[in-house]
Write a protein that binds this ligand. Structure first.
Ligand code: NAD
Ligand code: UDP
Length: 339
């Protein structure tokens, strides 16, 4: 397949490129590098021993996007490009609506021009908001609690309308739970620019000595040990879900939202213990107040992914921590320090 990948230089994008190149697909990556580096793509080429087209551009630059897409003539698009910091989305909502929503509208228009009718979109479990029941299945009400989540919900609706209006169109809206870990080589991984907001990269930076200690946001939730519970999904399993979704879109028409998770919750303290095992030393952690907006538990119903995509997560928490540690310990400054 010829696949046009927006945001391919980012964390999930780079791992998916490895998967898709390994499967023999031909790729064109478009990224503005607002939250990623060329180094990640250099390493993807090295790991796979394959090349791909690269366009440095913003998805809001209609002319460049349309020209790149029409020139490449893809069979399908995988759309990762987006801003993803929940806190920042509250401070700069218009930036988020512009980048994520306007950008996605441009992308669909460019697909129309190029005659491309298949898309796999990076949505998020955050579209569900507060759990009315668990596990979250795809019919759970959509009620995001922050602007970032609302951009994802809006783009889902936009893609659903576009699919309905476009003959032969097919879309998979992948609702990721909590992607963590790294490629088993340790050559590519998550490289947050600032202080990490998310648990796993924060633990990794404490483990490698970049930060003094982890603050555990609350130990009085109704969970096994009182700390927050999430459905962490290995990024390599997530990458494989994109391959499966592309194949699904090639054989179907219509638009489906599909959870991508393991179905199993892991608490903050369980993750700390697993990481200590992986890195071989203690991780300093102290209990801190709850983080506003956090929920006690979140985990996925996985039956729809199994049924439609014939995909399920294969890697457990040990592989998540081991691969994260391999990446972090050999690239302590992320891509900033050329390994
Ligand atoms: P990331 O920031 O590492 O990757 C996003 C990529 O998109 C980056 O390379 C960035 O430079 C690029 N980009 C952003 N805006 C762009 C624009 N206007 N034009 C061109 N390129 C642009 O993030 P990630 O963790 O790899 O996430 C990928 C997608 O998955 C995002 O849409 C994100 O919202 C979604 N998602 C991520 C998570 C997570 O926890 N990482 C969870 C659910 C959903
Ligand atoms: N968390 C924590 N300390 C941190 C970052 C996160 O205790 O420095 C907790 C957070 O309260 C939640 C879990 O780890 O229970 C996962 O948080 P993350 O931000 O990674 O994912 P999200 O809350 O967006 O699902």
């Amino acid at each position: 397949m010829r696949i046009f990948v927006t945001g391919g230089a980012g964390y999930i994008g780079s791992h998916t490129l490895v998967q898709l190149l390994g499967a023999g697909h031909d790729l064109c990556v478009l990224d503005n590098f607002s939250n990623s580096s060329l180094e990640a793509l250099r390493r993807v080429r090295q790991l796979t021993n394959r090349d791909f087209a690269l366009v440095e551009a913003d998805i809001r630059d209609t002319a460049t996007l349309t020209e790149a897409m029409s020139g490449f003539a893809p069979d399908a698009v995988v759309h990762f490009a987006g801003l993803k910091a929940v806190g920042e989305s509250g401070e700069k909502p218009l930036l988020y609506y512009d980048n994520n929503v306007t950008g996605s509208a441009n992308l669909l228009a460019a697909m129309d021009t190029a005659g491309c009718r298949r898309i796999v979109f990076s949505s998020s479990a955050t579209v569900y908001g507060e759990a009315q029941y668990l596990p979250f299945d795809e019919d759970h009400p959509i009620a995001p609690t922050n602007p970032y989540g609302r951009t994802k919900a809006m783009v889902e609706e936009m893609i659903r309308d576009w699919t309905a209006a476009t003959d032969g169109a097919s879309a998979a809206l992948l609702r990721y739970f909590n992607p963590v870990g790294a490629h088993e080589s340790g050559r590519i991984g998550e490289d947050p620019r600032d202080i990490p907001n998310n648990l796993m990269p924060f633990i990794a930076q404490v483990a490698v000595g970049r930060r003094a200690k982890l603050s555990v946001f609350g130990d009085d939730y109704e969970t096994r040990d009182g700390t927050g519970e999430r459905d962490y999904i290995h990024v390599v399993d997530l990458a494989a879900a994109h391959s499966a979704a592309l194949e699904y879109c090639a054989r179907t028409e219509g638009c489906e939202a599909i959870n991508v998770g393991t179905g199993r919750g892991i608490t903050v303290m369980e993750m700390v213990a697993a990481y200590e095992e992986a890195c071989g030393h203690a991780i300093a952690a102290e209990i801190a107040p709850r983080r506003p907006g956090d929920v006690a538990s979140s985990y996925a119903a996985t039956a729809k992914a199994a049924r439609l995509l014939n995909w399920h997560a294969e890697r457990g928490v040990d592989a998540m921590c081991e691969s994260s540690w391999r990446w972090q310990s050999t690239n302590s400054e992320g891509y900033g320090e050329k390994a």
